[in-house]
Design a protein around this ligand. Structure first.
Ligand code: UT7
Length: 356
């Protein structure tokens, strides 16, 4: 069995920066509220009709591929993590394959739906494929174009102000160097609170889960229709049900518990301690969550990488964008112990320990 390592990393954020003051012109919010509660100063938005989740992912992928010293044709498996795909189906994996110009290679493309923990889940999948010798160059991408699907009215402000667009990518390859590479990954989920942070319409649920959970809803379903009439309705459109929803405080409280738990679990299984961590790269959910976790773990400021201030929460892209930035700044060096961790919708969460 080989160990696997991150052989190349890249990221891309769109040019357009949207400040908190910009958002306060279209909804009731303020720079003060957003910075105080989340640490976010601005976020990037992709250019409508010119950029998509798949095209931004491709830009990040090209950088990762070049830094890994390979050609796009050498990629032998694609994993794409996003919650804001270009299409309901097919997924972004095949669109990225086409954008990269490697359709002729017929490589497999896997799309994963693990929201904020998508990149950590994807890294674990890539690790298993490489370790077993099945693939040699797994391209893992986390990308989001949230800006196309947010509610810009005051009703959606608790969600909309948080999210931003961007992409990150890595190439995972085998390494024979003793002790180097991905040491362990830990993945978890608990569907009990699936609706606490969710984007449920349009969808095929037809109210099933909501009925079961006693959640009241009125989406204007046409129950007299023999076929259809529930996937998407006029009422959903009119009343703003076609957007993500979040019970922020509930998510916050669970996140600050699960991050330290899953990090400690990874450290235990690798026989390491918090004091061995050189760089902690958390999912950029909220600066206050990162600071809370940093305090619990007793890490110094220079051991934690935060960039949510500039990009907002880019969900599946946040960990690879932050990791790439840390690496480019020289804050992640060969031999360093890097800890990644994420928590989000599902709920799903996970961690990874990497000896760089
Ligand atoms: O990445 C996936 C995982 N996601 C997370 O980890 C997010 C976790 N949660 C959070 O980050 C925070 O809960 C939020 C930043 C989303 C919200 O902060 P909060 O301190 O929990 O605020 P809240 O939702 O309890 O709302 C407090 C007040 C409410 O007003 P009232 O009812 O007290 O009058 C909200 O309506 O703040 C209001 N509010 C806003 N005001 C100005 C909510 N959003 C905004 C806004 N601007 N954007």
């Amino acid at each position: 069995m080989f160990n696997s390592k991150i052989a190349g990393i890249g990221s891309y954020v769109p040019e357009k920066a949207v400040t908190n003051d910009d958002l306060s012109k279209v909804m009731e919010t303020s720079d003060e509220w957003i910075q105080e509660r989340t640490g976010i100063k601005e976020r990037r938005y992709g250019e409508k009709h010119k950029e998509t989740t798949a095209t931004m992912g491709t830009k990040a992928a090209r950088i990762a591929i070049e830094r890994a010293g390979i050609q796009p044709e050498d990629v032998d498996f694609i994993i794409f993590a996003t919650l804001s795909p270009d299409y309901y189906f097919p997924g972004c994996g095949v669109l990225l394959q086409r954008e990269l110009g490697i359709t002729g290679t017929e490589v497999g493309a896997l799309d994963i739906r693990n929201q904020c923990s998508g990149f950590v889940y994807g890294l674990s999948i890539a690790d298993q494929f490489v370790k077993t010798g099945m693939y040699k160059n797994v391209l893992l991408v986390g990308a989001e174009m949230h800006s196309m699907g947010l509610d810009y009215s005051t009703q959606g402000r608790n969600v909309t102000v948080i999210f931003g667009d961007g992409a990150g990518a890595v190439v995972v390859q085998p390494t024979e160097k003793e002790g180097q590479g991905i040491l362990t990954t830990k993945l978890h989920s608990d569907g009990t609170y699936a609706e606490k942070l969710a984007f449920i319409n349009p969808g095929s649920h037809g109210g099933y889960h909501l009925d079961k959970m006693g959640i009241e809803y009125d989406y204007g379903y046409d129950k007299d229709l023999e076929y259809g009439g529930i996937f998407i309705t006029d009422k959903m459109q009119e009343e703003g049900h076609l957007y993500p929803n979040m019970e922020g405080q509930f998510v916050f409280k669970l996140a600050v518990r699960k991050f330290p738990e899953v990090i400690q679990e990874a450290l235990n299984s690798a026989g390491l301690q918090v004091s061995d961590i050189d760089m902690f790269v958390p999912h950029q959910a909220n600066l206050r969550i990162s600071q809370f976790v940093q305090k619990i773990l007793k890490l110094n400021d220079d051991q934690v990488w935060n960039n949510i201030q500039k990009y907002g929460n880019t969900t599946a892209a946040s960990v690879p964008i932050a990791l790439c930035e840390a690496w480019e700044a020289g804050a992640v060096k060969e031999g360093d112990l890097v800890c990644l961790a994420a928590f989000g919708s599902g709920f799903t969460w996970g961690s990874a320990l990497i000896r760089w």
